[in-house]
Ligand binder design. Structure first.
Ligand SMILES: [Zn+2]
Length: 197
C-alpha cells in the first residue's frame, strides 16, 4: 500500500492536463499551505459527486430533477439548442442572448466507440420533439467529423418531427470545440445560423 502522500498525488492525476509533476506540486501545495482549502475541496467534491445528477429534460448537470433553465417560465420552449457538452451549453449561454432551451448530448455519435443514438439520449430528444412545442432545433454540435455526422442525424430527426433544423454559421474553426471559441465569434456564428437543407 502506498503512503497517503503518494495516494494524494495519484488522485490529482485524474484531472485533465495534470501529469506527475503538476500532481506533486498540487499535493505539496495543499499540505504545506492550504490545509483548510484542502478540507473544503474534499468536502465539496465528495458532495458534488454524490448529489449532482442530470436534468430529466435536458440532461445537463443538475442537483434537482429538472434544472433551473428547463423549469424557467421565461425561456422560449419553441427553440431547442442541442450541444455536445455542458461546457458548450455554458459557452453559448454566456456568449449569446439566446432565450430558448437546451438539450445536452453528453457526447456525440461515434459508432466505432460504441456510442449510438441511445447513448447520447436521442430517444429522449425524440420524445421531446414529439411533444410538438419545438419549432426550431438549433444544432450546435462541434465542427468535427463526428460532430458533423451527429448534426446530420439530428437534422433528420428534427424534420421527422416537423421541427426546422438550423446549424451555426461557419466561423467556428473546423475541428474546434465551441467551448474554446471566443465569445464574439461564437455569438456571431450563433446569430447567423441557417436552416439545414
Ligand atoms: Zn434541464
Amino acid at each position: 500500500m502506498s503512503s497517503l502522500l503518494e495516494q494524494l498525488i495519484e488522485a490529482f492525476r485524474i484531472l485533465p492536463g495534470v501529469g506527475q509533476k503538476t500532481a506533486q506540486r498540487m499535493a505539496y501545495h495543499v499540505l504545506e499551505r492550504e490545509r483548510e482549502g484542502g478540507r473544503r475541496l474534499a468536502s465539496v467534491l465528495s458532495e458534488a459527486v454524490e448529489r449532482v445528477g442530470h436534468c430529466a429534460r435536458c440532461r445537463d448537470f443538475s442537483e434537482t430533477e429538472v434544472c433551473a433553465t428547463c423549469a424557467s417560465a421565461v425561456r422560449d420552449a419553441h427553440q431547442l439548442c442541442v450541444v455536445e457538452s455542458a461546457a458548450d451549453r455554458l459557452a453559448i449561454e454566456q456568449a449569446t442572448g439566446y432565450r430558448g432551451l437546451y438539450f445536452v448530448l453528453q457526447g456525440r455519435l461515434s459508432p466505432l466507440d460504441g456510442i449510438g443514438p441511445r447513448e447520447i439520449g436521442l430517444d429522449r430528444l425524440s420524445d421531446r420533439l414529439q411533444e410538438g412545442q419545438v419549432q426550431e432545433l438549433i444544432i450546435a454540435t462541434n465542427p468535427t467529423v463526428e460532430g458533423e455526422a451527429t448534426a446530420h442525424y439530428l437534422a433528420q430527426l428534427s424534420r421527422q418531427h416537423g421541427a426546422r433544423p438550423s446549424r451555426l454559421a461557419h466561423g467556428v474553426p473546423l475541428g474546434g470545440e465551441l467551448e474554446y471559441v471566443d465569445r464574439g465569434t461564437l455569438s456571431h456564428a450563433f446569430g447567423s445560423r441557417s436552416e439545414m437543407v
